[in-house]
Design a binder for this molecule. Structure first.
Ligand code: MLT
Length: 208
């Protein structure tokens, strides 16, 4: 399906009260990648899963980069707003609440950019191996926005100082950031699933 020219998958909720999730894949992934993860961390949630519209040597991404870890920040800004428009029209079409983003790597980075550029687009975010997406972000008001940031201690792409800076940036803007450093690299692990699931359960319990 396409909505404002994103290719995407949508799976409706099958459990009343389960929070909708926005699934954002890593470089070279697509709209199918994170559906199983979404089902594992929040069974019965509506899943909205777009494919990044930028191609890097044929690999889908959510924004352009100049080199690994060096972003085309004008493109980051533009693409984050484009993703915000996509979410708004998907919410209208499917009648869902603002989703919690679940992003991995490049998908986590666009989710972080969207939080900073358009905080109301997301109810919260799980950022898996995210880094600072904008060197000079707008002054966001993220009061009370819940963010889980799972970083890898041995991540060759995201240095520890960078993920720490992202955590500080989001909490300085008012977000309630829970950062955990896992004894792994850039790839996802079972710990990501367990921690994400537990964190989402905690949010639901507080909201009930
Ligand atoms: C990015 O480009 O967003 C990061 O370097 C992560 C990646 O996709 O490799």
């Amino acid at each position: 399906m396409t909505e404002t020219s994103f290719i995407y998958r949508f799976e409706p909720a099958s459990r009343p009260g389960a929070p909708p999730l926005l699934l954002l894949h890593g470089t070279g992934g697509d709209e199918n990648d994170l559906l199983p993860l979404g089902g594992m961390i929040s069974p019965g949630s509506a899943l909205l899963s777009p494919r990044g519209r930028v191609l890097e040597h044929g690999m889908p991404r959510f924004f352009r980069r100049l080199a690994e870890g060096v972003f085309d920040e004008d493109d980051v800004r533009r693409r984050a707003l484009e993703l915000g428009d996509f979410i708004a029209s998907a919410r209208e079409r499917y009648g869902i609440a603002a989703p919690i983003a679940v992003g991995f790597s490049n998908g986590a980075n666009i989710a972080a950019a969207l939080l900073l550029m358009q905080p109301d687009a997301l109810a919260g975010a799980i950022l898996l191996r995210a880094m600072v997406p904008l060197s000079n972000p707008p002054r966001a008001k993220l009061d009370g926005k819940q963010v889980l940031l799972l970083s890898g201690q041995a991540d060759p792409i995201v240095p520890a100082h960078n993920s720490a800076k992202l955590a500080a940036l989001l909490s300085d803007a008012g977000a309630d950031v829970d950062q955990k450093i896992l004894p792994i690299g850039h790839q996802l692990s079972q710990a990501d699933v367990t921690l994400s699931r537990g964190w989402l359960g905690g949010i639901n319990a507080r909201a009930a």
